[in-house]
Structure formats: structure tokens, C-alpha cells
Unconditional design. Structure first.
Length: 114
């Protein structure tokens, strides 16, 4: 495992956060699910989920980020990439893009209860 860590371009940070994902595979319906991050960096992410996911497919992930915008609105870290491994309930992703966004669905729910 040290060999793999040495090959990585960016430092990985061990962090446990809930996430939701959507896997897109050509000619198939998108698959969705949830899991928990194990570690992440600007170029990669690993997470645990209940099922193995198809290697080589595109994935979009929505990580529930702890800080809130204006101390009220939830923030998601939205990442896209490609699955590079998925075994034993753990999936590794090569990240292609990442951005923070205010979670619009949670914002609407918050306003409805205010």
C-alpha cells in the first residue's frame, strides 16, 4: 500500500463524510447510491458503499461538506471522475472536476420550514 501512496501526485486526507453518487454507463440507466468517504485529494477519492461499481465508468459524487454557507445553507462538494477500482465495498475514483455548491434542495426545504 505504501507503493500506491508514493505514486500519488496529491496528498490524500483521511476524512469520513456522507456522499451520494450517480454512475453513468453508456446504454444503461444511471445507478445511484450512497456511501461514506474514506479519503480524498484534488485528484482522487475513495469511498465505501454497499456494492461494487463498474470500473472505467463515469461517476458524479455529492459529498456533504461540513461547513455551511452563511452558517445556514448546506454545501456539497460536487466531484466527477472515473472509477479506477471497486472491490470489497471500497471504490477508488480518479477525479476530473470538483466544485462547491450550495445544496439547492436543502435550501428549499429550509425556507419551507422557516
Amino acid at each position: 500500500m505504501e507503493y500506491l501512496a508514493d505514486r500519488r501526485d496529491n496528498r490524500r486526507y483521511e476524512i469520513r463524510l456522507p456522499l451520494h453518487y450517480r454512475v453513468s454507463q453508456k446504454g444503461a440507466m444511471p445507478r445511484t447510491g450512497s456511501g461514506t468517504t474514506c479519503d480524498l485529494s484534488t485528484s482522487g477519492l475513495s469511498f465505501r458503499c454497499r456494492r461494487a461499481l463498474p470500473v472505467g465508468t463515469h461517476i458524479e459524487m455529492f459529498v456533504d461538506w461540513p461547513p455551511r454557507y452563511g452558517d445556514i445553507y448546506p454545501i456539497d462538494l460536487v466531484m466527477t471522475g472515473f472509477i479506477v477500482r471497486s472491490t470489497g465495498g471500497k471504490t477508488g475514483v480518479r477525479v476530473a472536476s470538483r466544485k462547491f455548491r450550495v445544496n439547492a434542495a436543502a435550501t428549499v426545504a429550509y425556507r419551507a420550514t422557516a
